[in-house]
Design a protein around this ligand. Structure first.
Ligand code: 16G
Length: 238
């Protein structure tokens, strides 16, 4: 089966963006110009553009046209680092909006993950994370209350939780077990993250530990698929 035409066009346009021929903010030629250039129908060009919008390489501005998007935020999957540090390293201002902050009793699953007794108290903190005020990720985080009593009283919109854990509770996170899966935005998440319902998201689940193996955090984080990508540096085992 030959590679469909719309995919060939999509790849050709991707190449223009990655090579820098079309820089962020560039307005794309009109659809009819692209049709003429590639010798295809409008439908085919629209399919290619639709894919690029879904992948976050292009953005649509109502009544204004289609533009090359800002490059994705490159977040390393290794080393273990906080959202604040990731944004700082990319030159973006980190931010947070507190959606929920309460104390709950551990469920069976939380108790297992955080190595707690069933019913122990845990802070559940839900934050919308932003970079230069743009929504990037939604974090559902859980911290055992016994380890960081009063965590809920800190300014969790302005301060990095990892910094608070380190400075105020002497909890230095040095290791994490983490998984990554694709998922889609539910309506609640879509509204907060300012994406369409059903848009692709990356789901990270993380349990973080201190040097002595104490589990301090269980996080379930949804990162926008169109704004972030994760970098892995691979090496041959020694
Ligand atoms: C990142 C972590 C999250 C952690 C948060 C702390 C991933 C996938 N998740 O979002 O587990 O709770 O950073 O950020 O990297 P903060 O220290 O800036 O509050």
């Amino acid at each position: 089966m030959p590679v469909p035409l719309y995919i060939q066009i999509r790849e050709a346009l991707t190449e223009r963006i990655h090579s820098g021929e079309w820089t962020p903010g560039t307005r794309l030629p009109a659809e009819r110009e692209l049709c003429a250039e590639f010798g295809t129908s409008r439908m085919t060009v629209r399919q290619a553009l639709g894919d690029l919008v879904a992948n976050g390489l292009l953005t649509r501005q109502q009544g204004n046209g289609t533009f090359v998007a800002e490059p994705k935020i490159d977040t390393p999957a290794i080393p273990l680092q906080s959202f604040t540090v990731t944004m700082d390293r990319q030159g973006l201002a980190p931010g947070a909006k507190l959606i929920e902050c309460k104390t709950i009793s551990t469920t069976r699953e939380l108790a297992r993950l955080l190595k707690l007794k069933l019913g122990e108290r845990v802070y559940r903190i839900v934050r919308l994370r932003t970079g230069n005020k743009q929504p990037i990720a939604l974090e559902y985080s859980h911290f055992p209350a016994r380890l960081c009593p009063g965590l809920d009283k800190f300014d969790l919109e302005r301060r990095s939780i990892y910094r608070i854990l380190e400075k105020e509770f002497n909890l230095v996170l040095v290791r994490a077990d983490q998984t990554l899966e694709p998922t889609i935005a539910r309506r609640f998440e879509a509204e907060l993250l300012k994406v369409q319902e059903g848009a692709p998201l990356m789901l990270w689940e993380r349990v973080s530990f201190t040097t002595d193996g104490t589990a301090v955090e269980y996080a379930k984080d949804l990162y926008r698929g169109d704004r972030t990508r994760f970098r892995l540096n691979l090496e041959l085992p020694k």
